[in-house]
Design a protein around this ligand. Structure first.
Ligand SMILES: [Zn+2]
Length: 63
C-alpha cells in the first residue's frame, strides 16, 4: 500500500515502512472480558530512525 510521499518529522528521511504489532498485542474493547472484538494494530515507521508515523487499527469495523 504505497501511496503519497511521507517524510519523517524527526529526521527527514523519506523511506517509510510498515509492520504490525506482534499478536497478542491486539486492540480490544475497553471493558471487554472475552475480547471477541479485537483487531491487530498496524504501524508505519521511518526506515532510518524508527519514528512511528502512525498506528492504525486494522479492522475498525469490528467495534
Ligand atoms: Zn526518521
Amino acid at each position: 500500500m504505497e501511496d503519497k510521499k511521507i517524510i519523517c518529522p524527526v529526521c527527514g528521511h523519506d523511506v517509510i515502512k510498515s509492520g504490525r504489532l506482534n499478536p497478542p498485542a491486539y486492540v480490544v474493547e475497553m471493558n471487554s472480558i472475552v475480547n471477541l472484538k479485537r483487531s491487530e494494530v498496524h504501524v508505519t515507521f521511518c526506515a532510518k530512525c524508527g519514528e512511528i508515523i502512525s498506528m492504525k487499527v486494522a479492522e475498525p469495523y469490528k467495534f
